[in-house]
Write a protein that binds this ligand. Sequence first.
Ligand code: TXE
Length: 491
Amino acid sequence: MPERVRCFIGGKSVAGTGIEIPIIYPATEDVIGTLEEAAAAEVDAAVTAARDAFDHGPWPEMGIPRRKEVLLSMRSLLLENAEELAVLECLDTGVPIRTIRGRKMDRLTGNFELFAESLSMMAGQTYQQDRKFLTMVTHEPVGVAALIAPWNSPLSLATTKLAPCIAYGNTCVLKPSEHTPMALARMVEILHEAGLPDGVVNLVNGRGPVTGAALVEHPGVDLVSFTGGTETGRSVMSSAAGNLAPVALELGGKSANIITETADFEQALDGALLAIYSNNGQQCLAGSRILVQRSLADRFIERFVERARQIRLGDPMDPDCEMGPLAFREHFEKVLSYVDIARAEGAELLVGGKRAEGFEAGYYFEPTAVLAPSNGLRVCQEEIFGPFAAIQVYDSLEEAIAIANDTEFGLAAYVWSEDLHTITRATQALRAGTVWVNTPLVREVRAPFGGYKSSGVGRDGVRDCLDFFTEQKTTQIPVGKLSLARLGAGS
Ligand code: TXE
């Protein structure tokens, strides 16, 4: 475990000259390291190193077979070091180690594999409608990208940006969340050990309004890709506008999980619990509004509450742990505050609602659910980002669809039914970037992923990442000699 987390700039570890921030293990509240915050000077050095690697380095000019080889050797080395990375991510986040060892590590290594392979299939276009010209469209790297990562799943979400960014020949400066810096710092070292040229990936650490803001506003940044909260996303977008830097934003959600009376009840119950309580409830695509059809509401709520009570909270390093602590103190307090907000607005507390008992320390919060009388409540409209479900009862499918769409967000939606027409009607009408039918939380990483409305701008996925992380260049060449009008040559 690193005692100090520093910047990594131009292939070297560099001291941060900002403040020192304690790194806290959320399961015990022990200080387990110190983060050296990057001040504006280190941010500038990191952008300069990335610019230099873009303008003069081998990376953007490298042929695809060689770049692909480097990406695949990064993947192999990450795989070899998967256990170390998993432990660091667990210490960073408090997410159960079994979740990290499983789907998080698959995502991390899969991101490098996918974008390495996508290079093999990358092609431009030609237009030949006008027989006098050959018109070619080629993809070229854009330049220096600022990549801002969140704290709920640092390795997989940071590399969802980083892998396509560098695969398509760009260089970058990565800023992890100040709450979860360790696994990504180690990952950046591993990428270099695997043969990544210096300056292609630079790392700066620190608080959002300090290090993050300095990075996004830096005039040397050509592109900004951000994952985080909707409010921060708005400010990132307006800062990037100063440089006219294109932005991709993956923001919050308040996704509806519609349980119809035609659902496979047991599957829907398992799915609803997973959708709100996995990853300690801290995921943008959580099914945080559970809409249950009236005929099965009593039975569903009773079983849901019974199961929520039995979720095994514990030490996230224990492979049997199903739910760990929330990621940091302020976040714990934010989630807790929604219990009083819910009560004050007339919601009924069904389960949980307080710090979990039996833990001397740690940001443990009980799996919580409230029954909300209306979708207008703050617990139904605001992203809580914790193990906190708002359950509502509806009568008809059309009513459920209207409730589902009555939100400023549009990241995901879930529907559970065995009836074809229910499924087709719901999937067509739901205003969300991803709709899951009879399953929670699958990610097909090749397909677009992103949000409608305030859930984001742009999409992850192979085609959209190619569009975002490359410039398209149109080149036109005449076929044969042209006879051009001869201005100034007399008639
Ligand atoms: O996230 P922030 P916060 C949601 C969730 C959560 C809320 C607030 O609802 O409760 O956001 O969380 C960096 N310029 N999600 O405040 O601030 C910051 O350092 C540049 C949803 O912790 O969005 C970190 O690296 N960067 C979500 C990253 O932004 C700035 C994941 C995310 O932090 C910055 C996380 C600035 N001005 C929270 N301010 C998801 N979509 O999965 C902050 N940052």
